[in-house]
Design a binder for this molecule. Structure first.
Ligand code: F3S
Length: 113
């Protein structure tokens, strides 16, 4: 049985339409879930081990305590979407055009559920 060692991580808006998936290979808990153009972290599986910290090329993963005030809704969004999307356990190719979308904001309206 694992123990939570820190606060769970949260995937933020920057992931949308990029989905690099570099984060996935680092997770020992299979906490990532895959949607059409975004990944979500299951807060019940994430122990907050921090292995994915710094792995996202667009900086889309932060600890729950560091979620910016204008993206607080992504905490609940990660929880909701991780319950309905399948687990992803292996890194795969990023979405086409990921580098073009990396710095685009806002793009939350483009999230496909
Ligand atoms: Fe998304 Fe970054 Fe992972 S773009 S899929 S959070 S590596």
């Amino acid at each position: 049985m694992w123990e939570r060692v820190d606060v769970p991580r949260v995937v933020l808006e920057d992931c949308i339409k990029c989905k690099y998936t570099d984060c996935v290979d680092t997770c020992p808990w299979d906490a990532f879930h895959e949607g059409p153009n975004f990944l979500a972290i299951d807060p019940d599986l994430c122990t907050g081990c921090g292995k994915c910290d710094g792995e996202c090329p667009v900086g889309a993963i932060v600890a729950e305590r560091d979620v910016p005030s204008d993206q607080m809704d992504f905490i609940a969004l990660n929880a909701q979407l991780s319950r309905v999307w399948p687990t992803i356990s292996r890194r795969k190719a990023a979405l086409p055009g990921a580098s073009d979308w990396a710095s685009v904001k806002p793009k939350r309206q483009l999230l496909l559920k």
